[in-house]
Design a protein around this ligand. Structure first.
Ligand code: ATP
Ligand code: MG
Length: 466
């Protein structure tokens, strides 16, 4: 009787057993979340699925656990260069995070994983794929390249997951995704998950799925209930001052500030640094090392403020983000849902603050309010609660005083002068040159350009998304 009770509760009741159940519980997951309860059994039965649930509600385990359960059941025979399951994600950082989750959930189960993404060495990835793996987590651009070069064979891929499915099916990714899906097994099982699914992409989704089960924990676009949301009307030229003032409030303990463009992210970062704040920035013009370093610093708590473009808006799971600040409204209204979803995760509380310019951002605001199906409360921006943490001028060393105000490339301590922040080994730099032709979701798909003589750009010119 007691044994029956154990089997009929928690993840065991959903069909998760043995080592996998143990690892899941060791990861702090003993009670399944609603999306897990509803989506896991259907996938174990072999059904395709479209899973919609709010940000931070456990979608990763909802698609990972059923695949792991099946793979563990299969034993270890694999063919060279193949992957039994493929999980596609729109950004490199999200792919890295999903792999970490899968490793945690399958600890002790001898499940092999590989990561294939742009901005880092291809050779390591090719070698990792050589014997074949159980679960491959990839961004579509690099994966397309390696499949085309016969370094990866998807003909044995039985499970395909598109995390952040609506993003994966929009213009930037759809062609790569279609090609990749076509290269997998005809009888594959497919899962699509997201917190948002606009009508226009839902029809594209239908093309990838076979008689799917639709699991909708909350209607698409629903923001997590734990997040308090507020709108501060601030003219664009006042936003920098208002943001710096707001951050004097130490209760804003761990803050992610989203900007619409890479140029904007750099400008906000420079301003906050000038006002004495410790800040890291993450956007598509940074090297992969700099991107991951910024995110890791934010994760381990050594950096209080992370300035980011929408490359960090989706899926990134950092425990304890207290505030999300939208420095401006996103171009895609769905991004609002994902941006603010970096806080208030897994039942924690969180606050989302949006600075909006009534003269310039009205249409974008209306679009956001349509997606979230609510009106955002408007409040005057708060006054600073203390002085800015600007270092007194006298503290400046002579060398620091001689540095230009824009010190993006200033050498870090321990680096030789002239060593640039994003300096990296030769091979990797070549790697980046190759990847700029491919679209892997990092937002940095530029054609190689000839070096132009340095010229000061007009403000706002050349600003690109992400
Ligand atoms: N059953 C569970 N019990 C406890 N914690 C859980 C459970 N399921 C997931 N979590 C935790 O909740 C957090 C959020 O999960 P996850 O990243 O999968 O959310 P998500 O739904 O994918 O969000 P997003 O839409 O932002 O990608 C993670 O830290 C995860 O470890
Ligand atoms: Mg997710």
């Amino acid at each position: 009787m007691e044994l029956e009770n154990i089997e009929n509760s928690g993840f065991a009741a959903l069909g998760i057993t043995g080592v996998l159940l143990k690892a899941t519980e060791n990861a702090g997951m003993s009670e399944p979340k609603p999306i897990q309860t509803q989506a896991i059994p259907a996938q174990i039965e072999g059904r395709d699925i479209l899973g919609i649930a709010q940000t931070g509600s456990g979608k990763t385990a909802a698609f990972s656990l059923p695949i792991l359960a099946k793979i563990i059941g299969l034993g270890d025979k694999r063919r060279a260069k193949t992957a039994r399951a493929l999980i596609l994600a729109p950004t490199r950082e999200l792919a890295v995070q999903i792999e970490e989750t899968i490793r945690t959930l399958s600890k002790g189960a001898h499940v092999s994983t590989a990561l294939v993404l742009g901005g880092v060495s291809r050779l390591t990835q090719i070698k990792k794929m050589q014997p074949g793996v159980d679960v491959l987590i990839a961004t579509p651009g690099r994966l397309t390249d390696l499949v085309r070069e016969n370094c990866i064979d998807l003909s044995d891929t039985h499970w395909l997951v598109l995390d952040e499915a609506d993003r994966m099916l929009d213009m930037g990714f759809i062609n790569d995704v279609k090609r990749i899906a076509k290269a997998t097994r005809k009888d594959r099982q497919t899962a699509l998950f997201s917190a948002t699914m606009p009508q226009e992409v839902a029809s594209l989704a239908a093309g990838l799925l076979r008689d799917p089960v639709r699991v909708e924990v909350a209607p698409q676009g629903t923001t997590a209930a734990e997040i308090t949301q507020v709108l501060h009307p601030v003219p664009t030229k006042e936003k920098k001052r208002v943001l710096s003032g707001m951050l004097t409030d130490q209760s804003m303990a761990s803050v992610i500030v989203f900007t619409r463009t890479k140029h904007g992210a750099d400008a906000v970062t420079r301003n906050l640094e000038r006002d004495g704040y410790e800040v890291a920035a993450i956007h598509g013009n940074k090297s992969q090392n700099a991107r991951q370093r910024a995110l890791n610093g934010f994760k381990d708590g050594s950096v209080r403020i992370l300035v980011a473009t929408d490359i960090a808006a989706r899926g990134i799971d950092v425990v304890g983000i207290s505030h999300v600040v939208n420095y401006d409204l996103p171009d895609e209204p769905e991004s609002y849902v994902h941006r603010i979803g970096r806080t208030g995760r897994n039942g924690a509380s969180g606050a989302a603050i949006t600075l909006y310019d009534p003269a310039a951002e009205n249409a974008k605001l209306r679009a956001v309010e349509r997606v979230i199906r609510m009106k955002l409360p408007v409040k005057e921006a708060p006054a600073p609660v203390g002085p800015l943490p600007v270092k007194p001028k006298a503290e400046k060393t002579e060398a620091a005083a001689q540095r230009p105000a824009d010190n993006r490339n200033r050498p870090k301590s321990g680096q030789k002068p002239g060593h640039r922040d994003h300096a990296r080994p030769h091979g990797e730099r070549r790697e980046n040159r190759e990847k700029i032709w491919s679209n892997d979701g990092s937002g940095d798909q530029r054609a190689p350009q000839k070096k132009k003589p340095f010229r000061r750009r007009r403000r706002g010119a050349g600003a690109k998304a992400a």
